[in-house]
Ligand binder design. Sequence first.
Ligand code: GLN
Ligand code: ZN
Length: 758
Amino acid sequence: MPKASNLGYPRIGANRELKKATEAYWRKIISASELEREAKELRHKHWKLQLDAGIDIIPSNDFSFYDQVLDMICMLGCVPKRYEWSGGDVNLDTYFAMARGSDEVVAMEMTKWFDTNYHYIVPEFEKDMNFAFSSTKIVDEYLEAKNHGIETRPVLIGPVTFMQLGKIKDEGLERQDIMEAMLPVYVNILKDLRNAGAKSIQIDEPALVLDLCDGAKDAFIKSYKYISNEISDIDIMIATYFDGLRDNTELALSLPVDTIHIDLVRARGQFEEILEKIPDSMSLSLGVVDGRNIWANDISDSLSLIEKAKEKLGGERVIVAPSCSLLHCPADLNIEDELDKEIKSWMAFAKQKLDEIFVIAKGARAGRESIEQEIIISNKIVDSRKTSILIHNKGVRNRISSLTKEMFNRKSDFSGRQAIQHEILNLPLYPTTSIGSFPQTKEIRETRSSYKKKNISYKEYEMKMKKEIEKVVRFQEDIGMDVLVHGEPERNDMVEYFGEQLSGFTFTKNGWVQSYGSRCVKPPIIYGDVERPKAMTVKWAEYAQSLTNKVMKGMLTGPITILQWSFVRNDQPRADTAAQIALAIRDEVSDLEKAGIKIIQIDEAAIREGLPIRKDDWGEYLKWAVDCFKLASCVVEDKTQIHTHMCYSEFNDIIDSIAAMDADVISIETSRSQMELLDAFVEFKYPNEIGPGVYDIHSPRVPTVEEIENLLQKATKVLNVQQIWVNPDCGLKTRSWEEVEPALRNMIEAAKNMRKKI
Ligand code: GLN
Ligand code: ZN
């Protein structure tokens, strides 16, 4: 004692085997049984890998064909009526129809899992749902591991978290009733697991780190009391992660369960208090290895926490664990053969994290001497990151320490700038523009990848890109767009494109992390001080502007979005990293202005999703996020118009911060909600200009002139005409030209009609 444990392993496979197999199944290239076989192999491989690493407590049912919340929906028989499911096991096709829709039926909604970039399927609660233990996957997989001789701890999502994440679809349905209907099913599941031989179970209740209403707190007390009354001969661990328990500490520690898991990476501050308050009957699982990031563990530091806990509680009651499931980490660092050696030595992916967990547990069991070598290596890594010239850049540090107040503000306030800009830009009312990207055709992607693989020269690549830019410019001129864009053909991804040109970033070949279903992303890794060695977009913008007399908009990604969609440093606060990125973007903004670009858009698609889990922390985050945007943008003269774009538009609770960013124009996503999402801006009397999206780019449908006019009418009713821009909801890169051309033509015609009416 203490034991080494894991809470979940990446299911997709180091080479994305599951993604490939699943997509092959969807395309009817392989059969259901072939898909099942691949899944079985992966599960076995992952269990074996954990066993070999010396993990004592290995999870099962952390595997999923799409999403663990969807699995839970199927386990509880919470399948919405429209899928015409008739009880029992939910077959693969119904399962995938729920996830992705089918020809006959629409998919369930999907949203982000807490503050991660993982998306889960949102449970729907309908009247007359017959909750029952339906899909037996959790028992099957437990037995499957057992057949391989591997004892596991099955994982499921707890009743309160499941209920909190779900949406009530029918009026009159109360969360409490749903809870009451679900609890007996949970008990049945636990009983079946126990009968199959399971000794313990991991119940994920990350809802315990949220701001909870009284109803939810009550639900925790009632449900665990119920469960513990109904079944006692299986050990229950409640897993909390992504933040601390804070004001839910007493509640969590009062639950009649055997073990509680806490996240000490995100919320180290809770350690002492919980150690103090944990009841004698409870064991403590300590999440000391970061499940959300790719850095090697500081073994000595982690061990000191475990030692302290062991001293207070005794080794029997202490478990070493990752902070959360390793699902959010790439699988295996060993297969990365192109990373800089020194940088690579600082990292650990899921497989390496298992070794870290084992080493820490071993150190706690057999003393520090038993892991002397590992501690020496780990200390070396910690020291090398403190001093490495790869990380520390004096120039960047100096700039950051000499920031002045003026650098965060435009010269004049908005109304002053607006007058100047309107005179210079001379745009009509309802000016039309787009969000930046145009369809990324097969040829564009091929050109980019041939260049990356060095199959074509830079000259050839540049020529082809220029041709594409010219095509897009001529098209926009032809349809009568007012503010043009170059179309972003040179960018495969709005963050990667910038990361590749900034110092302090590195990239993996296979560092895939599941985003949703079979979709994986490969986030850039920010390891050091960020600096912009040279201009990143100016050449393309300049070229595009040279083709036309109309105004060309320069396109950049904002500091918060770059931060949010990367693996970030853990050796300095996020805010500091964001400020460095902001300075780099500021340099680019300044160079674009010097090159004669009159409008510059800085996309902050991810600003809302960066919000901390607890409301108490929002203020601090929003303060530095807004400051970073202003640092990036406020370098320009009054005459230069700054745009920003945000994808989600539920801004009610942060609208004052959005306004504080002081962009001259903001474009948002609103078409699907029929402009309802504009309400926040209206109520707040948002002072600057706004482009509420009028074309839903997530759908292949081409909106008619009339529809767009209707949306613009609605906007005109609530906003000042001078404020309104006309644009699609988001970039057009995923759409085809066949849709984009008529849609944009209609958009422009609608704008023209609106002008006539004024
Ligand atoms: N400029 C980007 C584009 O048009 C913005 C995309 C986004 O916000 N997600 O693709
Ligand atoms: Zn967008």
